[in-house]
Design a protein around this ligand. Structure first.
Ligand SMILES: [Zn+2]
Length: 105
């Protein structure tokens, strides 16, 4: 479980680093509530077992997900695709929500 996993999806290498989530550290240094897991939308709390997904920003930025929200074997293609969908949706919502103030002329 504590081992780093690696998978190639659509020609891009993804890694998953298992971590214990320290919500108190996030709140202390970032001065805000913890972010939610992109797969279940629940905010992380102290002691959550998470995977930090990394693909060198080729598909989406580094992001934590709950270990239990990943596939039974941890990092798999379906998990990567679900996180990618969540990122695309969030990016679209952000662009829609901000274009009234920050549109390009
Ligand atoms: Zn989750």
């Amino acid at each position: 479980m504590a081992k780093k996993q690696k998978i190639v999806v659509a020609g891009v290498t993804h890694w998953a680093q298992p971590l214990g989530y320290l919500a108190s550290a996030w709140e202390r240094f970032k001065r805000g509530p913890t972010p939610p897991c992109p797969l279940c939308d629940e905010r992380f709390v102290d002691g959550d077992v998470t995977l930090l997904l990394i693909n060198n920003y080729k598909i989406f930025p580094n992001v934590s997900i709950h270990r239990d929200c990943a596939g039974p074997d941890g990092l798999d293609e379906d998990t990567v695709n679900q996180v990618h969908c969540s990122y695309v949706k969030a990016k679209k919502m952000y662009e829609e929500a901000t274009k009234i103030w920050f549109r390009l002329h």
